[in-house]
Design a protein around this ligand. Structure first.
Ligand code: SF4
Length: 415
């Protein structure tokens, strides 16, 4: 039986027990949430499962993988190490360059967190051109990726040929999701309907065999803050929500990827709340969102602001955005900086969702140690303990910011 089917029957699996324990949620409550489709568990043979959805901590995904113009395998594999070292909950292998099968297998070998793929990427490369991508090829790719041991796939199901025809002449940035644009391009060049939506039942059967999570991709996200929430995004949310229900009916867990891309700051909270309502609190995965367009080179900071508010108001799973966003394949440093920024966003979001006393809150401990100038103890509470250690002088007492005129020392003396 799949995790979803076990939850429906009220059975407790080892994955549920693990998640209930580390997130300190009653297992009965967790089962109920899973059976309602509000929480999903991504699992991987021999490794710890990851739970996504309220009332669990906000989770973080890191994207890695080659592109057709940047293939540096050792660097991509090093990204796995860095992402895990700095606390990514899941990884997505988005490789489109080199031997994609071999890269995925290696990523699986050297990682211990759930791995997601986007099968349309590999189908496009194997077909050599979008017009050669057949439904059979898509199924073949999905099957082999699942068999290799991935935990989730992203498929862009929420639009039709009619959607694409209607979009002509509308929107500044059109479609900015890579998987979404590739799927759209397959549809337009062959004048066929969305292959993932059309064959959803069959894809669900494939997913069910290995109990993987279906991630319904966000093809219609807005690519700039002047492209507002529109009929295309709304219809994608509704279609994907229906498909998620269908997946659940067949015993398969589903996540909705939505509200990613660029969203005006004032709209983030409104739309996250509406999304959760429209989808009956299904797990929401967001990429960003970026509340401004002009932060290029610093988009990890822009995404921290958007991600914090998205997470605080209901997003359950956020994708790290690196400083290389819109520019190039991220470097190792970019991966680290993007991930730390995303962890900050998730932590702010969790403090809004669960309050200051939530389990993962080290802020109070840090403050007490900061006041006492217990530097080492203070740094251990930080999201990245290494950075403060690098900057602070060895001395136990002195911080050169105010030198001998430290407000904390003065306060301690007079108060
Ligand atoms: S020296 Fe200034 S910045 Fe440094 S700990 Fe004291 S008050 Fe804070």
């Amino acid at each position: 039986m799949t995790i979803f089917e076990e939850a429906l029957k009220g059975n407790i699996t080892k994955e549920m027990l693990h998640i209930a324990e580390i997130e300190r949620v009653e297992v009965k409550k967790l089962i109920k949430k899973i059976s309602k489709g509000e929480v999903v568990i991504m699992k991987r043979e021999s490794f710890k499962p990851v739970g996504i959805g309220f009332p669990l901590r906000t989770k973080i995904n890191v994207n890695l993988g080659t592109s057709s113009s940047a293939i540096n395998l050792s660097e991509e594999f090093k990204k796995v190490e860095i992402a895990q070292k700095y606390g990514a909950d899941t990884l997505s292998d988005l490789s489109m360059g080199g031997n994609i099968d071999a890269i995925r297998k290696r990523v699986l070998e050297i990682s211990s967190v759930p791995i997601t793929t986007v099968p349309i990427y590999q189908a496009i490369i194997e077909a050599d051109s979008v017009s050669n991508v057949s439904e059979d090829l898509i199924f073949k790719v999905i099957e082999k990726q699942i068999k290799d041991g991935i935990s989730s796939i992203v498929i862009h199901t929420g639009f039709s040929l009619e959607t694409l025809n209607k979009m002509k002449g509308k929107r500044i940035m059109k479609i900015v999701s890579k998987g979404g644009s590739l799927t759209a391009s397959v549809m337009k060049s062959n004048e066929v309907e969305n292959p993932f939506k059309k064959n959803f039942e069959y894809i669900i059967e494939l997913a069910k065999e290995h109990d993987i999570v279906i991630n319904l991709g966000n093809a219609m996200r807005s690519g700039c803050i002047h492209d507002k929430m529109d009929e295309f995004q709304l219809s994608e949310i509704k279609i994907n929500n229906k498909l998620a229900k269908k997946a659940n009916k067949k015993g398969v867990q589903a996540i909705l990827e939505s509200l990613g891309g660029h969203i005006e700051a004032n709209d983030i909270i409104k739309w996250v709340k509406k999304h959760k309502k429209l989808t009956n609190n299904r797990p929401l995965f967001v990429s960003g969102p970026l509340p401004i367009d002009i932060g290029t080179g610093y988009d990890h900071i822009v995404a921290t602001v958007g991600g914090a508010f998205a997470s605080g108001f209901g997003a359950d799973y956020i994708c790290a955005i690196t400083p290389a966003e819109h520019l190039c394949l991220p470097s190792l440093d970019d991966i680290k900086n993007g991930l730390i920024a995303c962890k900050i966003a998730a932590h702010i979001g969790d403090s809004m969702k669960f309050g200051l006393n939530h389990l993962f809150n080290n802020d109070l401990k840090l403050s007490k140690n900061r006041f006492l100038k217990k530097w080492k103890n203070q740094f251990e509470c930080c999201i990245d303990p290494n950075e403060p250690k690098k900057r602070h002088l060895d001395s136990e007492e002195i911080c050169t910011m105010c030198g001998n005129h430290c407000a904390l020392s003065i306060s301690k003396e007079i108060l």
